[in-house]
Design a protein around this ligand. Structure first.
Ligand code: KIV
Length: 265
């Protein structure tokens, strides 16, 4: 798609079967390259706490951090739609969530806000979307709950947990979410959720049947010390960062990525 990407473009891509290519983005130099490489979505993720700030998890990221990076990315991005993460505890009640979501749009220039969690967020999503702000849900592995989950492993591996994941996904859609990120779940579970939902599902470690893929930019450029199983270094076979990002977009679009070795059974 050559047009400026909107939430309607993502919906259309799900309908037509065109895969959605997304990477995290944190600064203007990379965002310019990412837009040139025709990524559909740039995610200003709270993974910036780890890859930019050097923390061991995402919990210390503040609203001011996400606003700062969102503004830098949105100021230079012409084509891709920008999703910005709501940081840990910034959406702990619906009113607070609306206030902070509104800051990401007005101060950060984001188009969509992303929040982690299931049906307990229904009221929050309703309030945010009723105020004209699109919401992206995030289920499966939700890194902001790392202390509650007890680690960063694969989620929804039992029938009971897979059923709950599907119910949560439907609740988010019913509450008004426009899209969903599904992280680290078995491919078969992600496939069912993707087929069940009308909204686009963007996977990370969730198999090739999702409507699109997202990875952390620094992982695909080999900048992080540990390459997660679900990611891949796209720079090793390319001569430039731009070509590596273009190769990622191509492999997502033609479903070469993720392969079985980047997925969970
Ligand atoms: O913060 C982030 O980078 C994310 C992706 C890993 C989905 O939420």
């Amino acid at each position: 798609m050559n047009e400026k990407i909107t939430i309607n473009s993502l919906r259309r891509m799900k309908e037509t079967g065109e895969k959605i290519a997304c990477l995290t983005s944190y600064d203007s130099s990379f965002a310019i390259l990412q837009d040139k490489a025709m990524l559909d979505v740039l995610l200003v993720g709270d993974s910036l706490g780890m890859v930019i700030q050097g923390a061991e998890n995402t919990l210390k990221v503040k609203m001011s951090d996400i606003i700062y990076h969102s503004k830098i990315v949105s100021d230079v991005t012409k084509r891709a739609i920008i999703i910005s993460d709501m940081p840990f505890m910034s959406y702990s009640n619906p009113r607070k969530a609306l206030g902070n979501a509104s800051r990401l749009i007005t101060e950060g220039g984001a188009h969509v806000v992303k929040i982690e969690g299931g049906k307990e967020l229904s009221e929050t999503i309703k309030l945010i979307t009723q105020n004209g702000i699109p919401v992206c849900g995030h289920l499966g592995l939700t890194p902001q709950s790392i202390h509650q989950i007890g680690g960063l492993g694969v989620q929804a591996t039992t029938e009971k947990d897979a059923k709950k994941l599907k119910e949560d996904a439907l609740s988010l859609q019913n509450a008004g979410a426009s899209c969903l990120v599904l992280e680290c779940v078995p491919s078969s579970v992600a496939s069912v959720v993707t087929k069940t939902l009308d909204i686009p599902v963007i996977g990370i470690g969730a198999g090739v049947d999702c409507d699109g893929q997202v990875l952390v930019l620094y992982d695909i450029l080999g900048l992080t010390s540990l390459q997660p199983k679900f990611s891949k270094n796209f720079l090793v076979d390319q001569n430039s960062i731009l070509d590596a990002i273009k190769d990622y977009v191509k492999e997502v679009k033609d479903s070469t990525f993720p392969s079985l070795s980047n997925s969970y059974k």
